[in-house]
Every structure is written in structure tokens, then in C-alpha cells.
Ligand binder design. Structure first.
Ligand SMILES: [Zn+2]
Length: 461
């Protein structure tokens, strides 16, 4: 009797384990099968990764960026728009890991738990995606970058909508170059540099050092210095582009005095510099619409005091992504906290039960409202006195900071500009990186100017 009972219990336990296993596997299939079907390794499921039957991708104005016609994936009629939107939309190869056609492939193709990719047409309903980008502004950014490698990102700091996100080098998704893997011209063409590349930020990082200084040095706004073009900071020489003369804190940012900011970083110290940088997005990923950025990096744990000084002017080993930089400008424009950027305006799906609300979300606070206001005025003053408001636009009131960042490899420095428009009807934050552009003022500002003017035209009309 005892033996029978033991056996019964064992059979019961085995039966329970059997059903638990089945439930585990089915639930795994339920949760992950769409991802498994959409990974690039499963490209054999169809010739164009299933995209030949996928839904349409629109820009914010309803312009078709990609659609399926007669079993073939086709892109916008205008080659410049196709190239400008490549890194956002993607292509048939799904090699651009952060592109919408890669990340959202299973949903665009209407992957279904029962039917897989072979959902009968009669059961299909909406599976289209409308993006927040404007294809005309994309085109303006692509044309403004010209033959340079680089990236542009512009987003609405009140709503979070990404209006423009362009990366070069690019290629035509209708005619993927056959030598794309071997031709140097296309090196890194699968990377969306606006979110997946990080660069030395140079003087644009002085915004971070400024925020840290305002936070930790009570009388920093009264601190004056006479810059003769170079000085010894923490035992070694730090150079400025030219002698900046007698300056205070505000003037030091406007004229981008390296010696002043290098000394500030040393006085602030590693702990507070790191803490401010991390509040502003360094050392973590930025996530939006299931897309993840590269990390901006600020790590001075092994830095000498002179290295720490250089880190205060965005050199040493500091790295920043263009999207992070745009979010810092957005935070300054928006009272200390950025609205998080996003790129999917609308998504209509039949099979995705986990459909989420897309739209505005608040980011974490990067600085106090008081410090944001001070940096706002300083960036305003920088443009007013140093670059000239008209170098950006006659119809927009832009506040900004440029950077020209030295790079290890041979060649010219990288050119940066980041900032925001004060205009109530065009609340745009932006950053532009031009690789080896050599001058933030003469190379990056004209790109920003072309893109902002195009965006203003689109938004105001
Ligand atoms: Zn100086």
C-alpha cells in the first residue's frame, strides 16, 4: 500500500513536471517567436526578410518611405530621401541594427503566433508605421553634410518627436552597392552615427563642466582669469586656440577658453565631475522605441590630475553620442529635464497584443531649473557675441555651443555644434557632428543652419 502511494506521488509529480515543461515552452514560444522569426539569421524565411509583404513606413506628413508593391519592397521615389532616411527606415538586408525595418520587422510583416509569417491576407489588418521624422528635413540634412561623414539629430524638446536623424556615409536601399563590404567609401555605413557612434565631444562638453561648476563652486560666476593662450594646469600645459584675455565664467564659455575650464574640472574634482556627467546621460544607454543607443563615456577613475583637466574640455577619453548631446541641449531649453526623444508616431498592428502607447515621456532631471536657466542664458550669449545669431538663421533665435575635438587618428579635428531654438513655435534641440570637419563654427554651424531652417519651414507651413 505504501509502495503504491509512493508510486502514485511519483507519477503525479512527473505529470506535473511534464505539463510545467509544456507550459514553459509554449509561453516561451508565445513571447519570443516573433523575435526568433525576425532575427537576420532567419533570413531564409523569405528573400527580403519577409519585407516584401511588410506594411508601409510613412514620415510624419504621410510621405511613403518604404512599402511593398507586388511582392517587392520599394522605397521613396527620390534617391536623396532614400539615402537620407536609410538609417532610420533600413533596407531589405536588415544590416542596420537600429533601423525600423530591422527592429520592427516581425510587426511590419504581421508575424502571428499561429500562422508565423504566413498570415492569410484576409486576417491581416493594420501593420503600418508612421514615423516622427520629416523626409524634407532629412533630405536637407543629408545634402548639408555633403561628402562628410557625420550625423545630424533634431528633436522637439517639448514633445520628444525626432524631426531629423541622418547619418553618413549612406547608400541607396533600392540599389545596395555591390562593393559595400570592401569599398572604404562605405566603411561604417551600417551604423547610425546619431545614436550608435560616440565621439570626443571637445568644447561642447564645457556645458557639462559648467553645470558641475555651478553645482559645486558657489562663487564660480565671479571667477575671473586672464588667458594668455596657454597655462600650466595640474603640472602640464593646457592650450587655447588663441589668447582669450581677461574673462569671467560666462565669457570663458562664449570664447571657449580651455585653460579656464581645465582648471574648473580640477577644482570640481573627479567625484563631482563624474556625478554631473552621469546625471546628463554619460555611462548609460539611451533607449527609445525599443532602439538602444551607444554609451557616452566619462571615466576618470584612472586619470591623472592633468587628464582630469583635459576631461573638463571634452578631451582625454571622454566620448559622447550625438543623441545624448541633443538631449543635454533639450534639458537646458526645457528647465533642467529633457523630454525623451522618440521616433514612432503611430503604429497599427494586428498581431501585437503588447502594443504600447507612443508619445511624450519625461526624462530624468539633468540639472536644477536654476542651473538650466543660467546655461540657457550663457548659450544665448555665446551665439550673440561669438558666432552671430544670423549664422544660424534670420527667422530662428538659436542658442548654441560649438566644439572642435582633437582625434587620435591622423587628420583634422571633429566639428560639433549643439543647441536649441528659443522660438515657441519651433522648440527644436539639435546636435551635429562632422567628422574631420575641423571647425565647429565654419563647418558644423552651416549644417545645423540648413537643417533648422528647413525644419522651421516645414513646421511653420
Ligand atoms: Zn583661454
Amino acid at each position: 500500500m505504501k509502495k503504491t502511494r509512493t508510486r502514485s506521488i511519483m507519477v503525479l509529480l512527473m505529470t506535473l513536471a511534464f505539463f510545467a515543461g509544456i507550459i514553459y515552452h509554449i509561453s516561451n514560444l508565445w513571447v519570443h517567436s516573433a523575435e526568433w522569426a525576425s532575427i537576420p539569421e532567419n533570413a531564409h524565411l523569405s528573400d527580403s526578410n519577409g519585407l516584401e509583404i511588410a506594411g508601409t513606413v510613412y514620415d510624419r506628413n504621410g510621405v511613403v518611405l518604404a512599402q511593398s508593391v507586388d511582392g517587392k519592397r520599394v522605397y521613396n521615389d527620390d534617391e536623396a530621401i532614400r539615402k537620407a532616411c536609410l538609417h532610420v527606415v533600413g533596407d531589405d538586408t536588415t544590416n542596420i541594427s537600429t533601423a525600423i525595418q530591422t527592429v520592427y520587422r516581425s510587426r511590419l510583416t504581421d508575424y502571428n503566433f499561429i500562422f508565423g509569417l504566413g498570415m492569410p491576407d484576409t486576417l491581416k489588418n493594420g501593420r503600418n508605421i508612421t514615423l516622427t521624422i520629416d523626409s524634407e528635413v532629412q533630405k536637407a540634412a543629408y545634402e548639408a553634410l555633403g561628402s562628410y561623414r557625420g550625423a545630424v539629430i533634431v528633436y522637439n524638446y517639448k514633445t520628444g518627436e525626432i524631426i531629423c536623424m541622418v547619418s553618413t556615409p549612406t547608400y541607396d536601399p533600392e540599389n545596395v552597392p555591390s562593393d559595400i563590404e570592401t569599398n572604404d567609401e562605405y566603411e561604417g555605413a551600417y551604423i547610425n552615427r546619431a545614436i550608435s557612434a560616440s565621439y570626443p565631444p571637445g568644447s561642447t562638453f564645457k556645458l557639462v563642466t559648467s553645470a558641475a561648476a555651478l553645482n559645486t563652486i558657489p562663487d564660480v560666476e565671479k571667477r575671473t582669469y586672464e588667458c594668455t593662450g596657454s597655462d600650466i594646469v595640474a603640472g602640464k600645459e593646457i592650450n587655447c586656440f588663441e589668447p582669450n584675455g581677461f574673462i569671467d565664467f560666462r565669457e570663458a564659455l562664449a570664447r571657449s577658453c580651455n585653460v579656464y575650464f581645465a582648471q574648473l574640472a580640477v577644482d570640481i574634482g573627479k567625484k563631482d565631475m563624474t556625478s554631473q556627467a552621469e546625471k546628463m546621460g554619460f555611462n548609460s544607454y539611451i533607449k527609445f522605441d525599443e532602439i538602444e543607443s551607444a554609451k557616452s563615456v566619462y571615466n576618470v577613475s584612472k586619470a591623472s590630475q592633468n587628464d582630469l583637466a583635459w576631461s573638463g574640455v571634452g578631451q582625454y577619453e571622454v566620448l559622447e553620442t550625438p543623441i545624448n548631446m541633443a538631449m543635454i541641449s533639450a534639458a537646458i531649453a526645457n528647465g533642467g529635464s529633457p523630454v525623451n526623444p522618440y521616433i514612432i508616431k503611430d503604429i497599427s498592428l494586428s498581431s501585437d497584443s503588447g502594443q504600447k502607447e507612443h508619445g511624450k515621456t519625461e526624462g530624468s532631471q539633468m540639472m536644477s531649473g536654476d542651473i538650466a536657466k543660467k546655461l540657457y542664458d550663457m548659450m544665448d550669449y555665446t551665439v550673440e557675441t561669438n558666432y552671430g545669431k544670423s549664422s544660424f538663421s534670420d527667422s530662428l533665435d538659436v542658442c548654441a555651443k560649438t566644439g572642435t575635438a582633437e582625434v587620435d587618428d591622423e587628420g583634422d579635428s571633429h566639428a560639433w555644434v549643439t543647441g536649441f531654438c528659443k522660438d515657441e513655435d519651433c522648440p527644436l534641440a539639435f546636435s551635429v557632428i562632422v567628422e574631420h570637419g575641423n571647425s565647429g563654427y565654419s563647418v558644423a554651424i552651416p549644417v545645423a543652419s540648413a537643417v533648422l531652417n528647413s525644419a522651421a519651414n516645414q513646421i511653420r507651413n
